[in-house]
Design a protein around this ligand. Structure first.
Ligand SMILES: [Zn+2]
Length: 162
């Protein structure tokens, strides 16, 4: 979706002239329960052509591929003997079993929840995402940094709170 009615927000070359009321009415067309069902909400700014064709700073896709394959292998092993295949299918009790978090993580989530007013669904998605990010990092335990990154991928939740 366009982040704004005008499509220019965050674009250095064009100015956004939307009024607050216009933006609110645009955003309100996306219901909270709908947004809750989307795992990743990431703002992607307009990319100038010179950056599109630049070779430098590109994510090494071979490296990324090997990390993703590694994370899939970890999940296959984790869920052996269950109906679950990937972290994205975790819910309810299984979430607590496979995504245990420590006291520092609980404190962090509590703080984030106070600031952002996250729904129960958003909370579940953040935990699943953090599990996947930890898997990509080859970490056994979910850490605060993984939760923080997961919350970063919930862009629209964060904007809704401001
Ligand atoms: Zn705008």
């Amino acid at each position: 979706m366009k982040p704004h009615p005008c499509g220019f927000r965050g674009d250095a070359r064009h100015e956004c002239v939307c009024t607050d009321v216009k933006v609110l009415s645009y955003r309100s067309k996306l219901s909270g329960p709908l947004l809750d069902r989307i795992d990743l909400q990431v703002e992607v700014p307009a990319v100038p052509y010179k950056d599109l064709k630049a070779e430098t700073g590109r994510v090494d896709s071979a490296l990324m591929r090997s990390r993703v394959l590694g994370a899939r292998t970890v999940q296959t092993e984790r869920f052996t003997g269950t109906n679950i295949r990937t972290n994205s299918q975790l819910s309810g009790k299984a979430l607590g079993v496979y995504c245990p978090i420590g006291e520092d993580c609980h404190r962090f989530l509590e703080m984030a929840n106070q600031r952002l007013g996250l729904s129960a669904r958003a909370h579940t998605r953040i935990l699943r995402l953090a599990r996947t990010i930890a898997d990509l990092d080859s970490m056994t335990d979910i850490r605060v940094e993984h939760l923080a990154e997961a919350i970063n991928y919930r862009n629209l939740d964060r904007q809704g709170a401001s």
